[in-house]
Ligand binder design. Structure first.
Ligand code: HGY
Ligand code: MN
Ligand code: MN
Length: 416
């Protein structure tokens, strides 16, 4: 047995190969959850896994597991991984870097002839992004809860209206002949995920590795104002019930107050829709998505109440109705001290300069933290840019991250 080393060339080549699946003209990827492209990426990784003699499984949420057997197969596995689904105009590294780094580490262990005491499994979580089907992290949440939440089967895709269950079952069926099937959820000894920071701190501070100690909270609201469509030319002001006027008035104030008055809050309207969408008809409906984030649950409560109140006032002022539904409510989490300390020891052993940080983005590790001791490693990305086709990670940062990830996996295996 030799000392395991990641292969820089192999990892970089893999990143390029997966970036080609769903590649967009702008240099990013569109590989949204449970689409043909997502299935293509899963099939590619499955073929690579089987070529290495790893066993491959999927569960009822199409989460994909690649298993290196341990000397004692009965022990709960060390689980490492991330996601392969992307934003519609996403980057090549969000999710893919963590997934392919985990796979590279599995190959490095195999190359070195390492047979760990406990199994090590790479996992590809289904629908981390939540942009095609809300909520995000559907795969990891169902895994931790042990069942698929009621109502998900009838969810419709934002892009093409496809039914979630049809897409889920088609994705499972596409791989079924080649992989095993397992029930949702299983004991996990610990979970580790590498991801790009999707923020500017590591690059600005020239630190190659972030040790992530927690994830801030996230809430998504779907807002729908309903008024009365009418003729644009003949309807005087006092007869109008214009839902778009209500929406824009509320948003104008929320943009002017939520983030300016709460430095750590993040308030985003990513999607807006108006019907019937005719140039000369007052809208019938005006709706939008709201993504609200903050590290503290009590502040999230206060800001959510503020948003709901302002939307209701705007509806009343324009004599329209407003419906608000919450589709995501991810409480802030703090990762397990023993996993974080293992990462700190690994950084010392590997000679990596690090900084502790919490994640502004949500990740599957947020859900795994409720199931097994979990933590994350961040690598810098250019200008902190993500959810953008220009997302970029320098090769040397991908490689340093993989080396830190390998050292961390070995440290965890020695402790578990
Ligand atoms: O939205 C998020 O935080 C994650 O990147 N999907
Ligand atoms: Mn991600
Ligand atoms: Mn993302």
């Amino acid at each position: 047995m030799t000392s395991p080393q990641v292969s820089a060339d192999r990892l970089l080549a893999r990143l390029d190969a997966f970036a080609a699946i769903g590649a967009t003209p702008g240099g990013g990827v569109n590989r949204q959850a449970l689409t043909r492209r997502d299935r293509e990426a899963r099939a590619f990784l499955t073929a690579l896994s089987k070529a290495r003699g790893f066993s491959v499984f999927q569960d009822d949420m199409a989460n994909l597991f690649i298993r290196m057997e341990g000397r004692d197969p009965s022990l709960p596995p060390l689980l490492i991984g991330s996601h392969l689904d992307s934003q519609p105009a996403g980057g090549r590294f969000d999710g893919a870097l963590g997934t392919l780094t985990a796979f590279e580490v599995l190959e490095s262990l195999a190359d070195a002839g390492v047979v760990p005491q406990r199994p090590v499994e790479v996992v590809v979580w289904t629908n981390e992004e939540g942009c095609r089907f809300a909520p995000g992290c559907m795969g990891s949440r169902a895994f931790v809860e042990g069942s698929i939440p009621d109502g998900w089967e009838a969810l419709r895709a934002v892009d093409d209206g496809a039914l979630f269950d049809d897409e889920r079952l088609a994705t499972i069926a596409a791989l079924a002949p080649d992989v095993g099937h397992r029930a949702l959820g299983c004991p996990v000894a610990a979970y580790l995920e590498l991801h790009i920071e999707q923020g500017p701190s590591l690059e600005r501070e020239e630190i190659p590795v972030g040790i992530v100690t927690g994830v801030q909270g996230t809430r998504w609201l779907e807002v729908l104002f309903e008024g009365q469509t009418a003729h644009a030319g003949t309807t005087a002001l006092q007869y109008r019930r214009d839902p778009l006027k209500a929406l824009t008035a509320a948003l104008a104030e929320l943009y002017a107050t939520i983030m300016p008055e709460n430095a750590e809050a993040r308030f985003t309207v990513g999607r807006i829709a108006v019907t019937p969408g005719s140039v000369n008809a007052i809208p019938a409906t005006a709706g939008c998505s709201i993504d609200l984030r903050h590290p503290q649950a009590d502040v999230l409560d206060r800001l959510e109440a503020r948003i709901r109140k302002r939307l209701a006032e705007a509806a009343e002022a324009e004599v329209v109705t407003v419906a608000i539904s919450k589709t995501v409510d991810m409480a802030p989490v703090t990762f397990a001290d023993d996993v974080v300390s293992a990462l700190q020891i690994a950084a010392q052993k590997g000679g990596f300069r690090t900084r502790a940080m919490i994640s502004g983005a949500f990740h599957d590790a947020l859900f795994l933290a409720g199931h097994a001791p979990s933590a994350m490693i961040f690598v810098p990305c250019r200008d902190g840019l993500s959810h953008n086709e220009a997302e970029f990670v320098r090769p040397e940062d991908s490689i340093a991250g993989a080396r830190m990830f390998l050292t961390s996996v070995l440290e965890l295996l020695s402790r578990l």
